[in-house]
Design a protein around this ligand. Sequence first.
Ligand code: COS
Length: 387
Amino acid sequence: MSFQLTKEQKMIQKMAREFSRKVLADTAAERDKTHEYPAENLKHMGELGLLGMMVSEKYGGEGMGTLEYSLALSEVAYSCASTAVIMSVHNSICNGSIEKFGTEEQKEEFLKPMAEGKFIGAFALSEPEAGSDPQGMTCTAEKDGDHYVINGTKRFITTGKNSGVTILIARTSPEGTSGISAFLITHDMEGFEVGRIEDKMGQCASDTTDLLFDNCRVPASRMLGKEGDGFYIAMSGLDAGRIGIASLSLGIANAAFDESVKYSKQRKQFGSSITDNQGIRWMIADMAMEIEAAKLLILNAANTKDRGENCSVQASMAKCYASDMAQNVTGQAIQLHGGYGYTKEYPVERFYRDARITTIYEGTNQIQRIVIANNILKNGKKGKKRK
Ligand code: COS
């Protein structure tokens, strides 16, 4: 086993790092204030190949693995978590699901332009009364000739307003998981509109919206996979998505850590640098240890996925640990900055707010623990073989 990145992986990391520090960093605080969607930056990311990283070259992507993608995503999150979450949902769940389950026509129509960054994908699973329990969804898709008629509301949809295509998960029949199907929805469809836009604590430049469906007629050709595949598509998409959120969490924590080291070296109290205090040194050591542990869990999850194995346990472990870690590390970063850390003069308060959602979205950390325990108890740590 090697912990050494290949030359190519280092190049990808460097490219994403340069883009992130040169293009995203200076404007992230302003975007946090104005909530402005980073449309221009996403265009630039499309040109760099960051929006089709794992899509095969046949469909205009880079044909890379989850590991390379994770490295790049962490670098983007280092400077702007809002941009990173858009990148994560787009690449991990949307591109991944369309490539795996889409027809050739759907790949031509959606995957190719998505891989080139011409438009961004969204994923609509949660509802006002169905978050942790997606089987409790009430959004329905009723067959009517060669169309499905969609009714219901989706909630907390990342890029709900600014997406070019949304993977909608809806109920086609009352039977448990086999009654759930997936559809590709575009904003031009009659009976589909964007509802309220959330005013959030962090990741403010990424829009999080309700999606409203009122007798929205969707051609049957827009079904992703077969009728009844929707729960499987959503769950396998979330496995990939959780590696993305873990990588994003790592990026925020790395930024908070670097700011903390820089600040604590400069800050003088009692006549010398605060790093002369053992209490500060221990905080820095603990932050560094937690970051390193999260990184290794993420690399392991990405590697498991890239080997084509069931990665549910590893993805949930990485997401759960890395997001808890990011919440803790960003909190410690504020503590290290003292009163200054609580002001907007320093970026750590933004990192703290941006990190807070990572333990909640794409499955709360309580759900991640359920996924880990259920899989281990049913199938052992490796999990059962999946299609
Ligand atoms: N990949 C593929 N299939 C999966 C899967 C995965 N990761 N996880 C479960 N499945 C399949 C199972 O194999 C099972 O299929 P069979 O019935 O054919 O065996 C089916 O889905 C049901 O699985 P399970 O019984 O584990 O489902 P539960 O309803 O008990 O729910 C949890 C499992 C709670 C883990 C799931 O509902 C979940 O992840 N909830 C959180 C959802 C979430 O992340 N919401 C946030 C919104 S998205 S931003």
